[in-house]
Design a protein around this ligand. Structure first.
Ligand SMILES: Nc1ncnc2c1ncn2[C@@H]1O[C@H](COP(=O)(O)OP(=O)(O)OP(=O)(O)O)[C@@H](O)[C@H]1O
Ligand SMILES: [Mg+2]
Length: 251
């Protein structure tokens, strides 16, 4: 079943059609690829799905919900989580604090309680900290848990972003170039993590320029160029498509 369906969505910025008439489906339990040259509209698609950008035309369905005009807060509450192409961490805060920030979808009552200094909130905070530390351990970053996020290597910062996005146990995970700037070993490790998440039932949308990485993980890939879908299919089908070759290499 498709967790997410984009029905002919479009986004205009002034006169620019950043995305036009895009149909795309992201099923549960799989990693779906979204590729295309710079400026193709990939991040714009993620911004619309995650409710950070309004949609100009078309509709977005998530499970049984129409989320076309849902804002970022409500999209997150429905179980849609994302990472950012340009890493967005609290660089002065520790790794643990950054990851704890991701848990707060379930913890609204406790934030209020904590502002009021109630004992139940201290218990909640301790519980969230413990969950954050468990996740940090699973991502093999325990040695860094009390380091300021801004001091970490680029690859490690990307891992922290991933953990923060996963902390809310999303049903749909949107990854905007999650392994950019990583070496092959680091990206391979993250690829294994992504496969595990999909096996566990999560719907994953992966944007990435590294084709080998995308084709190794995805069983279905969409290709955008100048805001339009120029191809879709299995990696084998897409790689042989003349329109894709032209988009990447020029005619
Ligand atoms: N907020 C905005 N205002 C105006 N134009 C925008 C805005 N965001 C994106 N665009 C334009 O929309 C088009 C698609 O941009 P987008 O960032 O979605 O591409 P992308 O496929 O993610 O590219 P990249 O691979 O470089 O990350 C580009 O022409 C871009 O300049
Ligand atoms: Mg982008």
């Amino acid at each position: 079943m498709s967790a997410l369906v984009l029905n002919n969505i479009g986004k205009d910025f002034g006169g620019v059609h950043a995305v036009a008439d895009l149909h795309m489906e992201v099923p549960q339990g799989r990693i779906t690829g979204l590729i295309g040259p710079n400026g193709a509209g990939k991040t714009t698609v993620v911004n619309m799905i995650s409710g950070m950008l309004s949609v100009t035309s078309g509709a977005i369905k998530f499970g049984t919900h129409d989320i076309t005009h849902v804002g970022a807060h409500d999209a997150a509450a429905l179980g849609i989580s994302r990472t950012y192409q340009n890493i967005r961490l609290l660089s002065e805060s520790t790794v643990t604090e950054n990851v704890m920030g991701g848990f707060h979808r379930h913890e609204k009552a406790s934030i209020l309680a904590s502002l009021l200094g109630l004992p139940s909130s201290r218990r909640e905070t301790a519980k969230v900290r413990r969950q954050a530390l468990e996740m940090i351990d699973r991502f093999e970053m325990s040695a860094f848990h009390d380091h300021p996020a801004g001091d970490l290597s680029y690859g490690h910062q990307r891992r922290v972003e991933m953990m923060r996005a996963l902390a809310m146990a999303p049903e749909l995970l949107l990854l905007d170039e999650p392994v950019a700037g990583m070496n092959e070993v680091e990206s391979g490790e993250l690829g294994t993590i992504f496969s595990g998440l999909a096996k566990g039932g999560m719907a994953v949308l992966l944007i990435e320029h590294n084709m080998r990485f995308v084709f190794g993980l995805c069983d279905f890939v969409y290709v955008l160029d100048s805001g339009r879908l120029i191809a879709s299919g299995t990696p084998d089908e897409v790689i042989k498509n003349p329109a894709v070759i032209t988009a990447y290499l020029g005619s």
